[in-house]
Design a protein around this ligand. Sequence first.
Ligand code: ZN
Length: 98
Amino acid sequence: MLWIDCPWCGARPETEFRYGGEAHIARPEPAATDDAGWADYLFMRSNPKGVHAERWMHREGCRRWFNALRDTVSNDVLAIYPMGTPRPDASGGEAGNE
Ligand SMILES: [Zn+2]
């Protein structure tokens, strides 16, 4: 079973959480994008084999959202970090925004 370390509640089983999709998807200004750009924003997501930045919500606990870096091959959660902060690099250090 996958265990996720909620920043507020501690380690809990995956079944208490809701997956919220890929993290760091920036909403484009509607007037500044065309239909193809808007469709990309709505529907196109990366599907990496390896480290993936994801949004999670502790549905059966504090009900707060946070971001996680998860390796999609090993299912290891490599980092947990607040919404709105830059994605850390896979080794746990800080990196630039994506
Ligand atoms: Zn929690």
